[in-house]
Design a protein around this ligand. Structure first.
Ligand code: SF4
Length: 213
């Protein structure tokens, strides 16, 4: 029997289709293999926001944070802390996550390497992120990396590494910025500590939900 979709699921699927067909960023039409919509649970507890699909990962799989070294570390961090972005997962005791990126298409430089998205590319794609944030239920938003944190908080974050894993309340929403997995892959932050930080994120969500029950 086909699963009956609720309104948010239908809307998020429609936005996914718009993203797949989007041609707003002319440079990205040349560099992307495919546009990558967000992935995961509409009724999430944690909403992760990365930077952009990686050229060796999501750009070919079509699913954020998969296949490349950052994606593998992120997946390991999720699975080892009991968090899942996979709707077909066996969910007992797992926290549901939704994962997306600031820009949905892979930006490459002249040499074919990943580059930071430009301001205009981020601005072009902001509308999709806003829709996702309005349709997805979540308890906490976790931007991955400085740029994603600056967009979510709408402020410059010059001492970003000090903000890692620190709770910030914005109006009635909670934000816990995390450093991007690529920073850990480069050896700038210990991998074991990063994995522990995801467990503390899970602990924060469980603790908060216990208090509000
Ligand atoms: S990055 Fe976003 S706005 Fe730009 S083409 Fe891709 S989906 Fe469209």
């Amino acid at each position: 029997m086909m699963k009956k979709l609720n309104l948010s699921e239908t809307e998020i699927q429609e936005i996914g289709q718009q993203i797949i067909n989007c041609d707003k960023c002319k440079n990205l039409l040349k560099s992307r293999n495919k546009a990558v919509p967000g992935y995961g649970f509409v009724d999430a507890t944690i909403f992760f926001v990365g930077l952009a699909p990686g050229r060796l990962g999501a750009d070919s799989t079509g699913i954020p944070f998969t296949q490349d070294s950052s994606g593998k570390l992120f997946q390991l961090a999720l699975s080892s802390s009991g968090i899942s972005m996979e709707p077909n997962d066996f969910m007992q005791n797992k926290l549901r996550a939704y994962v997306t990126n600031l820009v949905k298409c892979n930006p490459k430089d002249d040499k074919g390497n990943n580059r930071y998205p430009s301001k205009s590319e981020i601005d072009n794609c902001k509308e999709y992120l806003k829709y996702e944030m309005s349709l997805i239920h979540f308890d906490v938003i976790v931007p991955l990396g400085r740029l994603a944190t600056e967009i979510i908080l709408n402020q410059k974050c010059s001492n970003f590494t000090l903000m890692h894993n620190k709770l910030i309340k914005i109006k009635d929403q909670y934000c816990i910025p995390f450093i991007h997995p690529s920073y850990v892959i480069r050896g700038a932050y210990p991998k074991n500590k990063y994995l522990e930080d995801f467990k503390s994120l899970r602990g924060w969500v469980l603790n908060r939900n216990e208090k509000t029950e």
